[in-house]
Design a protein around this ligand. Structure first.
Ligand SMILES: Cc1cc2nc3c(=O)[nH]c(=O)nc-3n(C[C@H](O)[C@H](O)[C@H](O)COP(=O)(O)O)c2cc1C
Length: 320
């Protein structure tokens, strides 16, 4: 997909209103990702596997990371509303509208993806959620590939996969996923963590929004992978400034997703991020953002080892 700017508003509640999406378009968004529909809801719609879904205690456990998402979508009628929302949004904005499905199993829910395509979505992002605390005996990498392949066989619109970083052999897994034929990979999905209230000895949740230094995680992986995979890459997580967005492009990202920064600073803030990027490009004498893409990717730096070392013992050794 060709985007007018590399900034995409990531999947979240802000993209659940047409007025907001219009404002995002006005303030320079290249595309928007709608709030996810959860696989469990699709099961409800299809009236299949209901028992299976509700038996998955971790998905419904009140402290699960998915709880806030699920809470927002409990009625199956909302699926029809979702499709109607896509149709309505497509009438009112010109930027690409990317629908989002959150899924955990390889199942019949792919039929819903076809409905999404028919409703006019420009693309589909799948938010692949395998709870790393699930302790279920499952080869998540294989399940992920099956889900993607099923989906690619069902729809013709571009499909991107939003991944968590909780895979064994992450680089290899991402590379393998890129070879399935998906058009894009989004690094990374963010799960907000539980916290404890020591006074009440209860479990609480931590901040729903990311913090600005979280961009470093996707920066590293995008730099490592951008010249080694067969699809587009979008960075997600902790991008609050034009500087952070530019760094992701320099690492090799084709696009950058932004969510928390807009919750904290309002949708219009997107324009400031874009302005900062344009100003920097102009100051440095670049005519196009494509000129800086991947300049510091693994393939282009003199000492790529710096990306590979998990522990910089050389430096830590001097400290301790
Ligand atoms: C309030 C809120 C709701 C979200 N809902 C979804 C969702 O429905 N589907 C999804 O894939 N990601 C969802 N996310 C995650 C964001 O799309 C994004 O991956 C994450 O917040 C990291 O990006 P950020 O640092 O720019 O916020 C949500 C995030 C927030 C803060």
């Amino acid at each position: 997909m060709k985007l007018r700017t590399p900034l995409i508003v990531g999947s979240c509640g802000l993209t659940s209103s047409i007025e907001n999406i219009q404002l995002m378009e006005k303030n320079g968004a290249g595309a928007v990702v709608l709030k996810s529909v959860f696989e469990e809801e699709i099961h409800l719609l299809l009236n299949k596997k209901i028992r299976e879904a509700s038996d998955d205690r971790l998905l419904y456990y009140e402290n699960s990371e998915t709880y806030d998402y699920l809470d927002l979508h409990t009625r199956s009628e909302e699926l029809d509303e979702y499709l109607q929302f896509i149709r309505d949004t497509k009438k009112d904005v010109l930027i690409p509208v990317i629908a989002s499905i959150n899924c955990v199993t390889d199942s019949e829910w792919t039929a819903f993806a076809i409905n999404i395509q028919e409703a006019g979505a420009d693309a589909l992002e799948i938010n692949m959620f395998f709870n790393p605390a699930g302790f279920r005996k499952a080869d998540y990498e294989t399940v992920a590939i099956q889900i993607i392949e099923n989906l690619l066989n069902s729809v013709t619109i571009p499909v991107s996969v939003k991944l968590s970083s909780y895979y064994s052999n992450l680089g290899y897994t991402i590379q393998k996923i890129s070879k399935t034929g998906v058009q894009g990979i989004v690094l990374f999905n963010r799960f907000y963590s539980v916290d404890f209230d020591l006074d009440k000895l209860t479990v609480t949740s931590s901040d729903l929004y990311s913090s600005p230094n979280e961009y470093l995680k996707s920066l590293r992986w995008i730099a490592l992978l951008s010249d080694k995979i067969d699809c587009s890459l979008a960075a997600s997580g902790g991008v609050y400034t034009g500087e952070a967005a530019l760094k992701q492009v320099v690492a090799g990202a084709d696009a950058v997703q932004i969510v928390s920064a807009l919750y904290r600073n309002k949708i219009e803030y997107l324009n400031s991020i874009l302005a900062e990027m344009e100003e920097w490009l102009e100051k440095k004498g670049f005519n196009s953002i494509n000129q800086i893409k991947g300049k510091l990717s693994y393939g282009n730096v003199e000492n790529p080892e710096i990306f590979e070392r998990m522990q910089f013992m050389k430096y830590y050794g001097g400290i301790f």
